[in-house]
Design a protein. Structure first.
Length: 168
């Protein structure tokens, strides 16, 4: 992964997103990282056909609050997928572990509870430089990769909904 550019995607292999609605919940903590991830996600959704008015973005104070923010955006908007964007950098205490575990489990629970895919776009790096490298630096932008995942999952959701209504 350390040599992979996260920004590359083959647009021809991605479903057209013109009929999809996306939510993006962004942590305000480490804004130089999360703002880049957010912009990468928005640019990619638009490049894949999403209309600007079909992208709803909310801010939350930190990565731990992403779970609640995603829950509320799902409950208040009709969405095809949600992208949770955050950044946690290893420090000298166990706080890193608790935040990462809580966010990971919380997003997992949202994917189980709701029929709306929630994409994990939370960088959990050892250093700030690693986060910079993955948010528009030498390794690309993880926000782009997560937007592509959101489009694919929205298409899967739509496909399964159509298949189920046909009795498959």
């Amino acid at each position: 992964m350390a040599t992979t550019n996260l920004s590359y995607y083959d647009k021809a292999s991605i479903p057209n997103a013109k009929d999809f609605r996306f939510g993006i919940v962004v942590s305000e903590w480490n804004p130089e990282i999360t703002n880049n991830l957010h912009q990468g996600a928005i640019d990619t959704l638009i490049d894949c056909g999403t209309l600007k008015e079909n992208i709803i973005s909310w801010d939350v104070p930190g990565s731990f609050e992403l779970v609640y923010g995603c829950k509320k955006i799902i409950e208040t908007h009709k969405l095809d997928a949600v992208i949770a964007i955050g950044n946690v950098i290893q420090g000298e205490t166990k706080h890193f572990d608790f935040v990462c575990d809580g966010v990971t489990q919380g997003i997992t629970n949202l994917n189980i509870k709701y029929d709306v895919p929630v994409i994990f776009c939370v960088l959990t790096d050892n250093t700030k430089q690693q986060s910079i490298d993955r948010s528009g630096g030498k390794l690309g932008n993880k926000g782009i990769e997560c937007a592509v995942a959101a489009v694919k999952m929205a298409a899967l959701k739509q496909q399964k909904r159509t298949s189920n209504s046909l009795g498959f």
